[in-house]
Design a binder for this molecule. Sequence first.
Ligand code: ASP
Length: 333
Amino acid sequence: MEKRRILLIGTGGTIASEMGNNGLEPELTSRQLLRYVPDISGICEIDCIQLFSLDSTNIRPEHWLRIAKAIQERYTQYDGFVVSHGTDTMAYTAAGLSYLIQNSLKPIVLTGAQKPIGYETTDSKQNLRDAFMVAASDMYGVLLVFNGKIIAGTRSRKTHSKSFEAFSSINYPIIGMAQDGRIIQYIRPERNISTQFYEVLDPKVALLKLAPGIDCGVAEYLLERNSALIIESFGVGGLPVYETGNFYETIKRGLEAGKTVVLTTQVENEGSDLSVYHVGNSIKQNLPILEAYDMITEAVIAKLMWILGRTTERAEVAKLFYTPISCDILSVF
Ligand code: ASP
């Protein structure tokens, strides 16, 4: 059987880093990365491009657009794509690509590493091998492959800052495992047959994590400067009403000014349910806010950027927000 053709897209990150004067910096190109894992050419035929060399701390929505564009321009020439990327914001890029490239029939695999590829002890080589194996398989859609786990792009989160076991799948099972040169696929998400690429995002989406006693002027400020505000509130969700400030009133003004507001939770697992407590239900019943339910914050951010790049009409925004895309939301009550 003919070997599958895979494109490796380099973007920087620890995997490609070397020690500079002030700490690790991305230096190696995608072609140089491949020299460390010559055995991968036994799995597939590979071409490489280098889009940029950034610590992913510096990667922004405009870079997601560049990665998506690079894939779109070469989509018909390859059977799969591997994007090597820094781990710090990889989950955000994975979510971004999940909305910019919907219903991909080919695998688009993000990977990276906690230790540079040139180190004696490194996870880089195994992660690259696994990523290529998935990219050359019959799997599809945007996936993050790390330490053997294959995670949906809309469900991945960096949950360990140092260990090789850096990523988790939140509120959704892992899609499968890459183990000993084989793929074990646990679930096969539903797919639609027409792949769509999108080229516009509205990056003006802000995120506010509540802390007890927080000044609601922060929400006011963020609403003034952005198209949307996501509030990570406590537990299943609610907004505080303090004598010193009323979030309800602040958000009401923001909504009247045409902004989008999403309430979610800062609790990692199981999502929001605003209907349970007065502090949440009184807002849900009276204001046209959106609720994240089981959608993770990384996905909410990227989804809002994608939606607001298409429409600002409130009913349409809500409809798109609650429409499941690439396994991002399961439970809309
Ligand atoms: N700071 C690095 C980055 O995100 C960390 C890593 O790649 O693991 O680019």
